[in-house]
Ligand binder design. Structure first.
Ligand code: PHE
Length: 346
């Protein structure tokens, strides 16, 4: 029977070819031309139609046996060649374990957060409590309770974003003065607090202005608090922030909620007072606003201004960070540019 011997011949030939194959591509080609749809076996089996039923069985069994034999030898050869190719590749590649590792990028605390944490640590060391306020504030606390009644001209400097007639995004953290004063239990001692947070102004953004920025409010109220305490406190804070040899200077200013009011300058930490581009050749850098709390503000919080007095100050967090780290554009704080964040990371 010729079909039978055809299969046997095919088997002898292809199994010998298979054993001799040394390359994966040729192995696959051999599979296709032998047992593939259009391969040699299919071609031989086309002759089955002319066979008797008995012969069909015999040939069919023989074909299946060949397929199985081919398949198992094919898989074995394939694994062998794959292993060889991996080993060959591994032999070529070298791994230098002495190369320096690739540094994992790490996040850092934002420079404003760092600045705030430094300030907070200084005030905590002096026994201040930290109080957080809301960014949405009432007109009453933001303005009226800090001696800025409706139609007060000084309101013009602090236009804001209004939610209703009586609710706004706070223009400063000073609203916290009244909120903390009216809650404080003075039988437990003086009030000493700082309140950091975001504030909003109607402003055109440029290198030194932002419609949204951060302040740190501070307030001390008690029975024997003087302007000397204010100056001593600020001197201490500024020396810790900017260096032990800094001097401060108080200039008269105006805020409706303090009387007298002062603008506080620090001697230039770059030139030491001789004059340079940082201090605009004056030797001094303006750093914050402060003053002795106005009797009206004390009285509105339910205290007798003849007994209680104290001081308040407002620090611009961005301003401190800009001076301390030499940052020239306020917008850098808010843009999230990784290069900026990395440069001023810790
Ligand atoms: N609230 C003032 C401002 O935003 C700063 C300030 C606070 C001044 C406390 C004096 C006392 O400009």
């Amino acid at each position: 029977m010729t079909l039978q011997s055809d299969i046997e011949n095919l088997q002898t030939k292809t199994l010998a070819d298979l054993a001799a194959t040394t390359d994966l591509q040729k192995l696959e080609a051999l599979r296709l031309e032998t047992v593939g749809k259009k391969g040699a076996l299919t071609e031989i089996l086309k002759g089955m139609r002319e066979l008797s039923d008995d012969d069909k069985k015999t040939v069919g069994a023989l074909a299946n046996a060949f397929r199985d034999a081919f398949a198992s030898q094919f898989e074995a050869k394939k694994s062998e060649l794959e292993l060889e190719s991996i080993n060959a590749q591994l032999g070529k590649e070298t791994l230098d374990v002495t190369l320096p590792g690739r540094r994992q990028k790490q996040g850092t605390r934002h420079v404003l957060t760092q600045t705030l944490e430094e300030l907070e640590a200084i005030f905590l060391g002096m026994g201040y409590e930290i109080v957080e306020g809301d960014e949405v504030e009432t007109d009453y606390y933001n303005f009226e309770r800090v001696n800025l009644p409706k139609n007060h001209p000084a309101r013009d400097m602090q236009d804001s974003f209004y939610i209703t007639e009586e609710t706004l995004l706070r223009t400063h953290t000073s609203g916290m003065q009244a909120r903390v004063m009216e809650k404080h239990d003075f039988s437990q001692g003086d009030l000493r607090m700082i309140s950091p947070g975001r504030v909003y102004r109607r402003d055109t953004d440029d290198a030194t202005h932002s419609h949204q920025f951060h302040q740190l409010e501070g307030m001390v109220i008690g029975e024997h608090v003087t302007m000397g305490d204010l100056k001593g406190t600020l001197e201490l804070v500024i020396r810790q922030m900017f260096g032990a040899d800094r001097e401060i200077r108080l200039r008269p200013s105006y805020f409706p909620f303090t009387e007298p009011s002062v603008e506080v300058d620090v001697s230039c930490f770059k030139c030491g007072g001789a004059g340079c581009n940082v201090c605009k050749h004056t030797g001094w850098i303006e750093i914050l606003g402060a003053g002795m709390t106005h009797p009206n503000v004390i009285e509105m919080s339910g205290l007798d201004p003849n007994i209680y007095q104290g001081f308040a100050f407002g620090i611009g967090q961005e301003r401190i960070a800009m001076l301390k780290y030499g940052i020239t554009d306020i917008r850098g704080f808010y843009q999230g540019d990784v290069r900026f964040l990395e440069e001023f990371g810790n």
